[in-house]
Design a protein around this ligand. Structure first.
Ligand code: GAR
Length: 192
């Protein structure tokens, strides 16, 4: 069997996508393993879960640091863990172009909209306000332009009568948890 890809997951908070990716990596046919979960907030809930599952973690607050220095520390942690792929999973930081370029083709992100619609923040409210029939989620390659890299996979989520941004976000997360491990695995498989 080919060697598994080594994935570092960057989070900022809950880490439910990280959990979905981590448990998917424990399936018998998994093509990747999670070698690090890193956060820019030492209180990020997902860190404790990763640690409980025996995954190495790294936390460094970005507060009081330059973006370049913080990115460099996160990148070093990923390299030290032996990562060949970086997966952003609710990592709410804009990355420096230099960091992104060094990992181009090896860095993925999940974004809670049907890109190219609604890059940036408040995606669910924007979809509701626009009267869209569906919101959804996209997994894409990370490039220096925000939320603009090649889309590798998407899933639509119906917007119901009386939907709020919160209720839609909750349902979109179910879709995210299905989509992200599958798209990551297909992408890594496609490269091997
Ligand atoms: C997810 O919905 C993800 O799509 C979104 O943050 C949430 C993180 O949840 N990402 C972005 O908005 C990126 N701009 P999680 O911590 O439970 O995975």
């Amino acid at each position: 069997m080919a060697e598994k890809a080594k994935v570092a997951i960057l989070i900022s908070g809950r880490g439910s996508n990280m959990a979905a990716l981590l448990y998917a990596s424990k399936l018998p046919d998994a093509v990747y393993e999670v070698v690090l979960v890193a956060a820019n907030d030492p209180q990020a809930e997902g860190l404790a879960l990763a640690a409980a599952e025996g995954v190495p973690t790294f936390a460094l607050s970005h507060k009081g640091m330059s973006r370049a220095d913080h990115d460099a520390a996160m990148e070093q942690a990923a390299r030290d863990a032996g990562a060949d792929t970086i997966v952003l999973a609710g990592y709410m930081r804009i990355l420096t172009d230099e960091f992104v370029k060094r990992w181009e083709g090896r860095m993925l992100n999940i974004h809670p909209s049907l890109l190219p619609k609604y890059p940036g923040l408040d995606t669910h409210q924007r979809a509701i306000d626009a009267g869209d029939s569906h919101g959804g989620v996209s997994v894409h390659l990370v490039t220096p332009e925000l939320d603009a890299g090649e889309v590798l996979g998407q899933m639509r989520v119906a917007i119901r009568e009386g939907e709020t941004a919160d209720s839609l976000a909750t349902r979109v997360r179910f879709a995210e948890h299905q989509l992200y491990p599958r798209v990551l695995s297909d992408y890594l498989g496609r490269e091997n």
